[in-house]
Write a protein that binds this ligand. Structure first.
Ligand SMILES: NC(=O)c1ccc[n+]([C@@H]2O[C@H](COP(=O)([O-])OP(=O)(O)OC[C@H]3O[C@@H](n4cnc5c(N)ncnc54)[C@H](OP(=O)(O)O)[C@@H]3O)[C@@H](O)[C@H]2O)c1
Length: 304
């Protein structure tokens, strides 16, 4: 019998890809969508819409009824609506969800965490993921937590790397040689879907990335190979970036979190151990294959 999977965060960038992946596999997909958030595009794909909100605990138990598995990609720190925050959604909201799963008959929960969430104590939106993993352990719920590196592709509306690549130059923050792990969201979406339906994957935390970490120089070199035209890197000094983050952080407090995130990236600790990824999901995507797929997706002109 087909499995029933509930996706929380399905109106977002990654969640939409998770839904498409599940639908391609013939899974019955439900999406928990907040009141007032658009659901027409999902309905048109035959996704069952259930209304619920992580910050409203009372709405959660009913939406979990009859679900074989639940995948959450939801976050509040991207602040899509007034009142969304790390505290209201990522902390309190996720705790509400864990409590509801504990009371429900749901057997598999797949959580979207962040790579090395346990080490990044000074990056609040990373550390928050670890706090929720700890809470799940404390409550004794069975979960698979995928811990991806930085998304190589971002929502097209704000994909700065894509814009820069098309101009033949990319910007590095603080260093053009510091490396960290990236992943294409289409690969992450496939792993999230697989983790929800493949019961042979045991509970636990799985780092997600490419075969090796990347730096700006490597992205430029592969883009040069792909386009046949030189792609240059310009590096903005950390002093300038630090000043900019501090200034904007005065008006937008989340910028302080972003500043700490870049400091952490530059430390060299944001690197995946992909051995479990390989074991459960097969060959880890290589840097070249991932970058070339990304270049194709953003419409970068390939050399003839
Ligand atoms: N970007 C990266 O480089 C990166 C790296 C590692 C991990 N991640 C993780 O990847 C995940 C997906 O990110 P994304 O880019 O897809 O985020 P996104 O596009 O901002 O989507 C966020 C989703 O969460 C939903 N949501 C927000 N508050 C909610 C609430 N109270 N109740 C229910 N749903 C709520 C939103 O629904 P509405 O439509 O109602 O707003 C939306 O569907 C996140 O968990 C993030 O931490 C990202």
């Amino acid at each position: 019998m087909e499995k029933s999977v509930l996706v929380i965060g399905g109106t977002g960038y990654l969640g939409g890809k998770v839904i498409d992946d599940l639908l391609r596999r013939g899974v019955r997909v439900s999406a928990m969508v907040r009141e007032g958030s658009p659901a027409k595009a999902l309905e048109a794909k035959d996704v069952r819409i259930v209304r619920g909100d992580l910050t409203r605990a009372i709405t959660l138990l009913p939406v979990l009824k009859d679900m074989d598995a639940v995948i959450s990609t939801a976050i509040g720190y991207s602040q899509r609506k007034k009142g969304d925050s790390l505290q209201s959604v990522d902390d309190a909201g996720n705790r509400n969800l864990v409590d509801a799963i504990k009371q429900s008959s749901v057997k598999r929960f797949v959580f979207t965490s962040i790579l090395t969430a346990d080490k990044a104590v000074n990056v609040p939106h990373f550390h928050q993921k670890k706090l929720i993993e700890d809470y799940m352990d404390e409550k004794g719920i069975s979960y698979v937590s995928l811990r991806p590196g930085a998304f190589l592709d971002q929502n097209p509306a704000r994909d700065q790397l894509a814009i820069s690549l098309k101009q033949g130059k990319i910007k590095a923050i603080g260093s053009d040689s510091a490396k960290w792990t990236y992943i294409l969201t289409e690969d992450l979406a496939r792993y999230l879907a697989t983790a929800a339906i493949d019961e042979t994957i045991p509970p636990g935390k799985i780092d997600i990335g490419m075969t090796e970490p990347l730096n700006a120089e490597m992205i430029a070199q592969f883009a040069t190979e792909y386009t046949g035209k030189p792609v240059k890197v310009s590096t903005t000094s950390w002093f300038v970036m630090n000043t900019m983050f501090s200034f904007i952080g005065f008006f937008k407090p989340f910028m302080k979190d972003m500043k700490n995130m870049f400091v952490y990236f530059l430390s060299g600790d944001y690197v995946a151990d992909t051995s479990l990824q390989k074991k459960y999901f097969g060959d880890v995507p290589t840097v070249k294959d991932s970058l070339f797929r990304y270049f194709e997706q953003i419409g970068l002109k390939e050399k003839q």
